[in-house]
Design a protein. Structure first.
Lengths: 123, 123, 123, 123
DNA sequence: GTGGTCTAGACCACA
DNA sequence: GTGGTCTAGACCACA
């Protein structure tokens, strides 16, 4: 399901990371599933292999995926959520930013909550 | 109230933009209020005037502030929210990303809604 | 009829020049009519006298108005149009720019001609 | 075809913007065409890269060109004209100004329409 | 190699 | 004094 928009201002490697995480949450990718290799994925979505590699490395660092030597890359089986204070602060910061942006678009709390319900509905 | 963290990975000009928008929403800055001049603010927070200028220009483009020739820069009086489809899509994208991030931190919908309540409570 | 918008990005002194020229074309100001003094006008529209003065000086240079020592400033009686090649080039450049701008707004030649008719209709 | 006159009072970045827009309308630049990179153009016309960058950024904001990460800058393929009331007012204001200027040069409506025909003839 | 951000500093138009 | 434009040059993220 991996889709990447090279026009977007969002870095491609981040798009890949988010896309894979989303697929895992939606159950499209399940723990233990094999991911395409860097070269395969690079060919599939015609993106520079370095970019794919960067995304995979970051996902590995987050313990979302793991590389098994000679076998390939897999979705981790035993992911345990980790909250650090820093991540929490970050999340709040980002949420605040969105709320402010919404306010400037004339979107109040109720409307924003609707949007959130919508998104959860799709998972 | 303007604080800037030069070690943050977030561009300084964006920090300034967000900080000013937040101050407006919180009522710390009111419509018609004068902002410090580029040079003043530059001296206050020891950031290069060009960087301040960049932030002000972008805020002007968003119609959040306005420049009155030779008099200075002011918070706009008659801000009208504008929603374009593009902005809406963007907002949803960003919200989805946060929700995914939250999920990976073990924060479920209820906890996230609490966080949102908290943020609104501060405005 | 002189109106000035200090919010506009157009320099105030230019707004004054254009406004006076427009009034002359419309017949609101007639050849020989007395203009308010710099100080009077400055008080009337609460604009810095230096700015008024700059506008008057430029209008004088263009032979649109003339200063009669001790009596005041008047609309010239015997204005003769002067076309220099430079001015002509300038006019064409500006017109071209407008036409390009119109094009990018989806305004074609016919619609632009309508706009022009409209403007002439008001003179 | 990009030419820039550094002696002109018109800011260089605006000259670049207008020149590119003109080239697009004339068909010299077509949708999807690659523009020279900031550095290339900078070298070609010996203008500081920052100035080129400023022009490109503004053209991007207007959706005339788009940046594709790491690949370069391209003429947008799917430009849709947008008229806002503000832009329309602006256009009329500028046209009025030209008409007044023309009048003071002894150019009447018919002559002005000829000039306009001329310009459209070149596109 | 591509553009994005930032600094330091100069000069100018405008009010 | 106010912001606008431009240069020169550094460092960085991304592909």
């Amino acid at each position: 399901m991996l889709k990447v928009d090279s026009r977007s201002s969002k870095p491609i490697y981040k798009q890949i990371i988010e896309s894979i995480k989303e697929d895992i949450i939606k159950g499209i990718l399940k723990p233990g599933d094999k991911l395409p290799s860097v070269r395969e994925l690079s060919a599939m979505i015609t993106i520079n292999p370095n970019t794919i590699s960067k995304a995979y490395k970051e996902l590995e660092r987050m313990k979302t995926i793991e590389v098994i030597r000679g076998k390939g890359t897999f979705v981790c089986k035993d992911y345990k959520p980790v909250i650090t204070e820093e991540k929490m602060e970050n999340l709040k910061e980002n949420m605040k930013k969105i709320i402010i942006e919404a306010h400037y678009m004339g979107i109040n709390k109720d409307k924003l909550l609707n949007i959130i319900e919508d998104i959860y509905g799709k998972f």
